[in-house]
Design a binder for this molecule. Structure first.
Ligand code: ADP
Ligand code: MG
Length: 360
């Protein structure tokens, strides 16, 4: 196991990158703590695989260094990094049995037969393929082959890190949950440093202690699921995480007052600087009001989604979402909204700013 340090790292697939936009991965400095389980979350094309492949050594970065426990491995081949990587699509040996496929990474390292047998049995059980250990991989479904790939990543106990690049994409939905649970158990039992790439927020939030959110080649926030929910550092995090995502209101901010659609709103805390900013409020923190306090709003539609209701509102020509509890009564004639103060975040140029006198 190892701490992984990214030092001044950036990558461009172009020979002569000039502008910021030429970089698939923008400059990044970060430590991945030894033994922690991370999810790397972001939409397709934001640079997740690029970052993972630099950590594993499949890609040499155009700038910066990668350190494992302080040792510079930037130019070291994958084989020298002692990591296991599992990809989106299966990588298996068709002519070998499931057992031989799982044993391969261990045999390769000259481990004794009894120990190999023990580990293969353990992993075979974790991926729910104990009954098929003697089957040839050829002829198995894509789903089963991907489980073998996962198993091969899980069979070594001494790795510096385990890297997963959207490993459950081709897995049957009902099996996804089970395999994710097994990966969590593996992390619990062996304490490997794990990085799990996904574009699915549910997968990220249920798997990881810490979620690393990427957007357009940048890491925009690293935090616990709760931090990402309560204090999104970037408007993208607010929008990407949560269902529906965070609402954004254009506002003129002056001290502790924001003017939204002409209505003054008390922010609870004072903010430095004046001018046009954005107020981010998650649907969970928007309240309907029947008094003449609040921002004028029109309730357009109520959607019952089981555990709660989603209220679709129109505020100053924009669609805004609110969430109300299952048992909550929607007040008759409500035509304004207010914010629960603990759910208010202020953004300047998409980055969250802290209230004056308060740390992040
Ligand atoms: P993700 O894994 O988040 O979907 P990638 O890391 O695969 O994103 O890609 C990031 C960006 O780099 C994308 O714009 C993609 O088109 C580009 N890219 C990825 N691989 C290559 C490559 N081999 N050559 C050129 N551009 C690439
Ligand atoms: Mg990818």
């Amino acid at each position: 196991m190892a701490k992984i340090t990214l030092d001044n790292l950036a990558h461009s697939y172009m020979a002569n990158p000039k502008a910021d936009d030429d970089f698939a991965l923008k400059e990044l400095n970060h430590d991945w703590a030894d033994g922690e389980a991370y999810a790397l979350l972001g939409s397709s094309g934001c640079g997740k695989s690029t970052l993972l492949n630099i950590i594993s050594g499949l890609l040499i970065p155009s700038q910066g260094r990668v350190l494992f426990d302080g040792r510079d491995v930037t130019h070291a081949p994958t084989a020298d990094r002692n990591i296991a990587q599992v990809f989106q699509f299966p990588v298996v040996y068709d002519t070998m049995t499931v057992r031989e496929n799982l044993a391969f990474p261990l045999k390769n390292r000259g481990m004794d037969a009894a120990e190999i047998a023990r580990r293969v049995q353990r992993v075979g059980k974790m991926i729910d393929m104990e009954a098929q250990l003697n089957h040839k991989a050829r002829g198995l479904t894509a789903d089963a082959k991907q489980k073998i790939s996962l198993g091969r990543g899980m069979v070594r106990e001494d790795v510096n890190a385990l890297l997963f690049d959207e490993p459950l994409t081709v897995i049957d939905p009902h099996m996804k949950w089970e395999l994710r649970t097994q990966l969590k158990k593996l992390h619990h039992d062996f304490g490997h440093t794990m990085i799990y790439v996904t574009h699915d927020q549910t997968e990220a939030l249920t798997f990881a202690d810490k979620v690393v959110v990427m957007y357009d080649g940048r890491v925009v926030q690293i935090g616990t699921p709760q931090e990402l929910f309560e204090r999104p550092a970037h408007t993208f995090v607010g929008y990407f995480i949560g269902s529906p995502g965070m609402n954004l209101f254009d506002a003129e901010v002056d001290g502790r007052t924001a003017r939204i659609a002409g209505t003054p709103v008390d922010l609870g805390d004072a903010y430095a600087g004046t001018g046009t900013m954005q107020i981010g409020v998650r649907p969970e923190f928007i309240r309907l009001s029947t008094t003449d306090e609040g921002i004028p709003a029109r309730l357009r539609r109520v959607e019952d989604v089981g555990r709660h209701k989603i209220l679709r509102l129109e505020v100053n020509g924009h669609e805004i979402n609110a969430i109300s509890g299952e048992g909550d009564v929607i007040p008759e004639g409500a035509n304004r909204i207010t914010f629960a103060p603990e759910g208010v975040n202020v953004y300047a140029n998409d980055w969250r700013i802290s209230p004056q006198g308060k740390a992040a």
